[in-house]
Design a protein around this ligand. Structure first.
Ligand code: UDP
Ligand code: MG
Length: 307
């Protein structure tokens, strides 16, 4: 019998945790596999860890890791994948937005259809603020243009993977992790299942607009160097414009002389170019700061308790 490890990152999820466990056990009862749970407490400030301990007492298939502080979902997923010992590994949110009922289909995708990974994407963004949906769409469109790594619109982290694929993911030890990119970068054959967005079972979302925006910038910087090229292209374009203007003013002065005029235009041009320069320096800075963090080689997470 194959063993499936279920990696579940949790941050302040004491309410959702028991609902997840009960629903999961009930809905997967007749799957012919052995289960292992790897819960990761991402530095929760509520009773999440106590919940893990209680589950571990009651069910010896339950393992957990507790972080010394909040490291973010990306780090929690990494820790969970590292600790998982199954033949296949699933990543799931604890809020039941990733329905366990899809697992039999996912398993069939791997065992019968021969895929290395069965991933899920939501086709609707029901129950999400429209502005957030709009930004999300814009982000996926932009990524599609500027990154060679394919990032699928609406892809969730909910997926079932083979051991081989998980080992490939674990071999990517980068500190700034953007899983949607990493999953795609490692390759392997992925089957996509689609489903409608489901509302959270309990508790609140841990993501706000700014967190998502910063996360998307991480994604762009992690999986595309196009913004750096934009800076050089802008530089070349402005040099050409400057050269043409120089010629124009030179000829103009030869023919009509050079009375002092055009002060407002000068100010506008100086400000505009100053803005472009700062913008390009900002882009450089973003890449530099990521490089700086990577060179420090800090651990992706620090565990305080592990069972
Ligand atoms: N999560 C985490 N660390 C964080 C934020 C979130 O481990 O810093 C977990 C959270 O407990 C949940 C999953 O990541 O199991 C997805 O979070 P959430 O449901 O808040 O995100 P949403 O579904 O709203 O995108
Ligand atoms: Mg959720």
């Amino acid at each position: 019998m194959k063993k499936i490890s279920v990696v579940v990152p949790c941050y302040n999820e004491e309410e959702a945790l028991p609902i997840f466990y009960d629903t999961f056990v009930k809905e997967t009862a007749d799957m012919p596999v052995e289960w292992e749970f790897v819960f990761v407490d991402d530095g929760s400030k509520d009773g999440t860890l106590a919940g893990f301990r209680a589950l571990h007492q009651k069910d010896d298939r339950v393992h957990y890791i507790s972080f010394s502080r909040n490291f973010g979902k990306e780090s929690a997923m990494y820790a969970g994948l590292e600790a998982a010992t199954g033949d296949y590994i699933a990543i799931m949110d604890v809020d039941l937005q990733d329905p366990p009922a899809l697992l039999p289909d996912m398993l069939r995708g791997i065992e019968e259809d021969g895929f290395d990974c069965v991933a899920t994407r939501r086709v609707t963004r029901k129950g999400e603020p429209p502005i957030r949906s709009w930004f999300a769409r814009a982000f996926y469109k932009l990524m599609g243009k500027i990154s060679r790594t394919e990032i699928v619109d609406g892809a969730r982290d909910f997926r079932l993977m083979t051991r081989q694929m998980v080992d490939a993911i674990l071999s990517m030890k980068e500190y700034s992790r953007f899983s949607k990119g990493i999953f795609s970068w490692v390759g392997f054959d992925t089957k996509w299942l689609e489903y409608e967005n489901i509302e959270r079972s309990a508790g609140e979302t841990k993501w706000n607009f700014w967190k998502l925006l910063i996360y998307s910038i991480d994604g762009i910087i992690g999986f595309s160097t196009m913004p750096l090229a934009i800076a050089s292209v802008a530089g070349v374009i402005f040099c050409i414009i400057a050269f043409l203007l120089m010629l124009f003013f030179f000829v103009k002065a030869l023919i009509w002389g050079d009375p002092v005029a055009g002060f407002p235009a000068t100010i506008c041009i100086v400000l505009f170019l100053g803005g472009i320069q700062l913008f390009c320096m900002g882009i450089l800075g973003q890449y530099l700061s990521k490089t700086y963090l990577e060179t420090k080689q800090r651990p992706i997470y620090i565990a305080k308790e592990k069972k």
